[in-house]
Each structure stands twice: as structure tokens, then as C-alpha cells.
Design a protein around this ligand. Structure first.
Ligand code: APR
Length: 274
């Protein structure tokens, strides 16, 4: 009798030491961070051609500074308030057990790290880091600084001058070369960080199983990762409440929410392994 996809996925994961995860915004939905596409998503409320590019944000800043402050404040606060859910925690557990080799993520939130994952490859940067546009120097920021930002941006009726002052404070000069700095996140039209991209391609082409969780698979070059793994002979397992362009490629499609499906998957993997 054919095994159910979840039982089959559990047996694949339980018997490998070459698991890599590829995650998108959907894995953090149950932690309270909105995804981008779909009803109520971030791009549903903030047009990506304006809020997803640096040039668009600058133009929006001149016209509607309050909208920019609201956008930045929502992303910051939701990322800071969120806690890892069972999907993040299961991946971290499998990392400690030597099953999971790496997490390749498109997310700029810090939930994989908070869950305890040490091998996280961040293709689209991270909310808790600044980068110097002149010398490339990267600086991690602690939560106190980030909460300070969120407070500065949440001023009632914030005007252009106040927002500019808050941004100046946030994006202070590079301590290394004195150059201008920006958040170390990837906007549309930006190149991916080359070191992370190289590492991700290598991890995907060497993995035995790629677990694709909560991504629409619409944004390239990140969406090439599942294809790379498949071409190299890896088994593709997808978790998503809705089918995506990746679903026809997947060996196993687990329909459902990441937190719920991963909780059951982790339970079954544990019962097989122990
Ligand atoms: N569990 C699993 N998947 C979910 C859940 C959930 N609880 N809720 C929603 N999803 C799925 C949606 O069905 C959708 O396929 O997560 C996916 C989220 O898709 P997007 O919002 O497009 O997010 P993502 O794929 O990560 O976007 C890629 O686009 O906007 C840019 O840079 C941004 O990194 C982002 C990139």
C-alpha cells in the first residue's frame, strides 16, 4: 500500500544526513510576520514597485513620509515581536542531530537564528545588519538598537524632517570608512550577496533532500535553488497550504501550514530515528 506523503517524507528525512531546507515568508506566517504575496500580504498593502526598491522608497519618502515610516516600522516590529514556531524549532533540532546541513532562507527575519540554527544562509540579507555602500563593511545590530529604531519610526504624524533625522540616526556613518550605510537587505534590482549565493548553490547541489517551506517560488535567482537540487539528484519535499510553480517539480507535496505540518513531521521522524 502506498505510504502517505507525510509518512514518506518522514522516512526520507529520518534516513538522511544530507537535508537542506529552503524557506520563504510562509514559514514565519504562524509567528505573526506577514508574507509578501497573497491577500493581506505586505505587497498587497504597499506596492512593491515603490516600497520594494530603494529608488521607490526615496520617492515615497518625499511624497508620503508617514507611509514609509509605517512600512519600516511594521517590518521591524513584527520581526522583533515574533517567536520561532514549530517549523523553525524542528529545523534547529534536526541541525543538532546532524540531519540538517543548512537552511537557505529568503527571509530577512531572525527566527531561524532565534530557534538555534547556526548554519543559516541568508539570500536576501538580514533585518539586524547594516552594510556600508562604500567599503562593504557589515555591522550586526542588537535588539535594543532595533527596538530604538522602531520607536523612532512610530512617532505620531511623523513628518519628513523627523523621519529624515530618525533615518540619519539609524544609518549613521560607517565606523570603518565614514561612508554611507544602508540596511543589509536585498531590494528588487539589487544583486544577491555573492558569498551567500555561492554557498546556497553549493548546499543545494550537494544535498540528498531539499525541504522547501513556505515560498511562492516566484522570485529569482533564489527560486533556482529547488531546480539546482533536483538536477543534482536531490529529493524535493514541498510544504505549502497552496500549490506553487514548484509543486510539479516536488517528489512529495505536503499541503498545509508549516508549523502544523512540521510538528507532525518532526514527531514521525523522531519515532523512526529513536
Ligand atoms: N505555512 C507555509 N506556507 C505558507 C503559510 C504557512 N503558514 N502561509 C502562507 N504560505 C505560503 C503561501 O502560500 C505562499 O506560497 O508561503 C508563500 C509566501 O510567498 P511570498 O509571500 O511570495 O514569499 P516568498 O516566496 O518568501 O517571497 C520571495 O519575494 O518579495 C520578495 O524579497 C522578498 O524574500 C521575498 C521574496
Amino acid at each position: 500500500m502506498e505510504r502517505k506523503p507525510l509518512a514518506e517524507a518522514a522516512s526520507q528525512i529520518a534516513s538522511t544526513q544530507g537535508l537542506v531546507a529552503f524557506t520563504g515568508a510562509g514559514i514565519s506566517e504562524e509567528s505573526g510576520i506577514a508574507s509578501f504575496r497573497g491577500r493581506g500580504g505586505l505587497w498587497d498593502r504597499y506596492p512593491p514597485e515603490r516600497f520594494g526598491t530603494l529608488r521607490g522608497l526615496m520617492a515615497e519618502f518625499l511624497l508620503r513620509p508617514q507611509r514609509v515610516a509605517g512600512f519600516l516600522q511594521e517590518i521591524l516590529t513584527s520581526c522583533l515581536e515574533a517567536e520561532p514556531n514549530p517549523a523553525h524549532l524542528a529545523l534547529a533540532q534536526w541541525e543538532t542531530e546532524g540531519v540538517l546541513r543548512a537552511v537557505i532562507t529568503q527571509n530577512i527575519d531572525i527566527l531561524h537564528e532565534r530557534a538555534g540554527c547556526n548554519k543559516t544562509i541568508k539570500l536576501h540579507g538580514s533585518i539586524d545588519r547594516l552594510r556600508c555602500v562604500d567599503c562593504g563593511f557589515k555591522q550586526d545590530l542588537d535588539e535594543t538598537q532595533l527596538w530604538g529604531w522602531a520607536r523612532d519610526l512610530s512617532l505620531e504624524r511623523i513628518g519628513r524632517r523627523q523621519l529624515w533625522r530618525a533615518l540619519q540616526k539609524i544609518l549613521s556613518a560607517c565606523p570603518y570608512c565614514g561612508g554611507r550605510r544602508r540596511p543589509d537587505v536585498v531590494f528588487f534590482g539589487d544583486l544577491l550577496p555573492q558569498d551567500a549565493w555561492m554557498e546556497a548553490q553549493q548546499a543545494a547541489s550537494l544535498c540528498q533532500v531539499l525541504l522547501v517551506i513556505g515560498t511562492s517560488g516566484l522570485v529569482y535567482p533564489a527560486a533556482d535553488i529547488p531546480m539546482l537540487a533536483k538536477k543534482a539528484g536531490g529529493i524535493l519535499i514541498e510544504i505549502n497550504p497552496e500549490p506553487t510553480p514548484l509543486t510539479p517539480l516536488a517528489d512529495l507535496y505536503l499541503e498545509g501550514k508549516a508549523g502544523e505540518v512540521m510538528q507532525e513531521l518532526a514527531r514521525q521522524v523522531t519515532s523512526i530515528r529513536h
